[in-house]
Ligand binder design. Structure first.
Ligand code: BMA
Length: 325
């Protein structure tokens, strides 16, 4: 499998900015109506593929049904998204029932691209599938019982097992939520569930005091696993979703080494403040180059469009360590 890609999207930090992460000046990169059926395209995942990039996109249609669609790009910025949703073939099971699919993540492990998403099976739980080519897709057993959201695989086995973060939840707009890790020998049976991170006390870090959930697939760095996550505060006008980051131990990722007290990004641009669900930044993917010290974070903005932010990995790691809870 050729994982050599075109250069990842990048823009230098704007003059005068001292933010650890900054937004792409041409945001949003994907418009809500980018395919004929869509009402909104957001909370989507991209990976290096061939000489460019592939992705799995959450496109809600104009009946506001949630589904996931494959897409391709040469530069990571301009995307061609299929007009029909992904059709799954049976993978390690025949039980591939799904009432809806949303908030996908994608990662390459060993020989294939694994996809996790929030799968509707008597309420939200974590669906798992894989593809080799983004044309043919296979669906596996759901990882967990309902209700669960934000299932995010690590990009390699840890101590011989697949590892996945998730956020046990309820059937509604969950007013609580902590991040757990589970392990599997075979991508079918999951266990050894451990708590990784809980919400923070309101007085210490209010933006992440209601619920937290893993964002993109964790990135292995010299400090450990770099994990971006969303943190939520319940305000008098509803939930507000911001982005923080943590460093998890490489061998035992249930051990949190550092975790940001301040957020890295919070709703402030017009496309984050207004839309179908105002005040939401929801990261689901990141492209990175350790050698070039670059990271491009893809996030859904206001549950309506897809946007991009940049940062230098070394600066982000230093920021997390210097501003840890
Ligand atoms: C969560 C999920 C996300 C969404 C967020 C904000 O529960 O549904 O897809 O971005 O709420 O509405």
């Amino acid at each position: 499998m050729n994982l050599k890609s075109n250069p990842i999207p990048w823009q230098d930090r704007p003059a005068g900015s001292n933010s650890v992460m900054w937004r792409y000046s041409e945001n949003p990169i994907i418009d809500r109506y980018a395919i004929p059926s869509s009402n909104s395209i957001f909370n989507s995942a991209v990976v290096p593929f061939g000489e460019g990039y592939a992705g799995v996109f959450r496109c809600d249609n104009k009946s506001v049904q949630m589904n996931i669609f494959a897409g391709f790009s040469k530069d990571g910025l301009n995307w061609d998204i299929e007009h029909d949703p992904i059709q799954f073939n049976p993978g390690n099971t025949d039980m591939i029932a799904s009432d809806y699919k949303y908030d996908p993540r994608v990662t390459f492990i060993e020989d294939r691209y694994w996809i996790t998403w929030c799968n509707g099976y008597h309420g939200p739980t974590i669906g798992i599938g894989y593809t080799f080519d983004f044309k043919e897709f296979f669906q596996c057993e759901n990882a967990f019982l309902p209700f669960n959201r934000n299932g995010v695989l690590f990009p390699k086995k840890i101590n011989g097992k697949y590892a996945m973060l998730s956020r046990p939840s309820d059937n509604g707009h969950t007013p609580f939520g902590d991040i757990y890790i589970s392990y599997s020998p075979d991508m079918k049976y999951w266990g050894e569930h451990r708590c990784v991170m809980k919400v923070s006390p309101f007085e210490q870090s209010a933006w992440q005091c209601t619920k937290i959930g893993a964002g993109p697939v964790p990135i292995l760095t010299e400090e450990g696993w770099l994990l971006f996550y969303h943190g939520v505060i319940n305000t008098c006008n509803g939930f507000r979703y911001s982005v923080g980051a943590a460093i998890l131990d490489e061998e035992q990722p249930e051990k949190v080494k550092f975790r940001t007290q301040p957020y890295l990004l919070a709703p402030s641009e017009i496309y984050e403040l207004t839309g179908d669900v105002p005040n939401v930044l929801f990261p689901c993917a990141a492209l990175h180059s350790i050698e070039e010290d670059k990271l491009a974070l893809y996030y859904g903005a206001a549950d309506t469009v897809t946007a991009l932010a940049y940062g230098k990995i070394s600066e982000i790691l230093t920021f997390i360590k210097d501003n840890s809870l």
